[in-house]
Ligand binder design. Structure first.
Ligand code: ATP
Ligand code: MG
Length: 257
């Protein structure tokens, strides 16, 4: 059974793409076969995994419009068990073009139903609650929400939760919040620990014990087209994503986080 996880938060720059790439890579290092779906017109997951836009012939936009999946959409990465269906700027048009199409919320779900050779599929959602993110959530078994350790961390979370609830009610009754992961934690900054306390008080056991630290190696890695685990396996960022992957795999095996 393939477990499909959306990485979502409509707030921009909170670490969705970084988490999609590095959690996926860490899960591969623990023996999983993973597919990333880049569902963001910014295509950060695609470039962050070293796939240049001029090399992309088929992308997630073409697939969502045609709904006819074939292995031509799958691109290999430098990690043997990590593949990606890439995005290009074309995807920006999808929000508009899908509006008049029947079952527009289920386009991605119908596609992912045809893919069964992975342990996990991870969907990197864009920073909005529009039709693309809705497609991501409708297609998923669960959602992982990255929260940046900043003052407004919890702001906007209620609209994301409302969106998740309404998708549960209308399209995908099994959708669940798998967990919330705190990102860009700066231990020298008192605010980070205050935000952590606040988030743990509000969201309790939904929050992973692993916290992703602010780490310059994490931010450098995408410019080399590599996950941080390949760029610098010993840095604190890589270690944190491996710990997070262990927690996520434990959950998949039915254990509590
Ligand atoms: N733990 C971290 N330490 C240092 N820099 C980080 C960390 N996590 C993410 N970043 C950097 O912060 C920026 C935003 O991260 P990222 O692109 O993952 O966020 P996002 O939520 O996907 O953004 P968007 O909403 O635009 O899609 C990037 O430049 C990334 O390299
Ligand atoms: Mg992103």
């Amino acid at each position: 059974m393939t477990k499909i996880i959306a990485i979502a938060n409509q707030k921009g720059g909170v670490g969705k793409t970084t988490t999609a790439i590095n959690l996926a890579t860490a899960m591969c290092s623990i023996g999983k076969k993973v597919l990333i779906i880049d569902l963001d017109p910014q295509s950060n997951a695609t470039t962050g995994l070293g796939i240049a836009s001029d090399k992309i012939k088929k992308n997630i936009y073409n697939l969502m419009v045609s709904e006819k999946y074939s292995s031509k959409y799958i691109y290999k990465t430098i990690i043997p068990t990590l593949d990606i269906i890439p995005a290009t700027m074309d995807l920006a048009g999808a929000e508009v073009e899908l509006v008049n199409i029947q079952d527009r919320e289920k386009r991605l779900k119908k596609i992912l139903n045809q893919i069964n050779e992975y342990d996990n599929i991870m969907i990197d959602c864009p920073p909005a609650l529009g039709l693309l993110t809705i497609n991501g959530l409708v297609a998923s078994d669960s959602v992982i929400i990255p929260l940046q350790c900043e003052f407004f961390a919890l702001e906007g979370l209620s609209s994301l939760m409302q969106t998740i609830d309404s998708i549960k009610g209308s399209y995908n009754e099994h959708l669940e919040v798998q967990g919330v992961v705190l990102t860009m934690y700066d231990k020298r900054n008192l605010l980070s620990s205050l935000v952590e306390k606040d988030v743990r008080e509000h969201l309790g056991n939904k929050v992973y014990s692993t916290i992703i630290p602010r780490n310059v190696r994490i931010s450098e890695a995408p410019s080399h087209g590599k996950p941080v685990l390949i760029y610098d396996v010993g840095c604190t960022g890589s270690k944190a994503y491996i710990e997070l992957a262990k927690e996520v795999i434990k959950q998949q095996n039915g254990e509590q986080i």
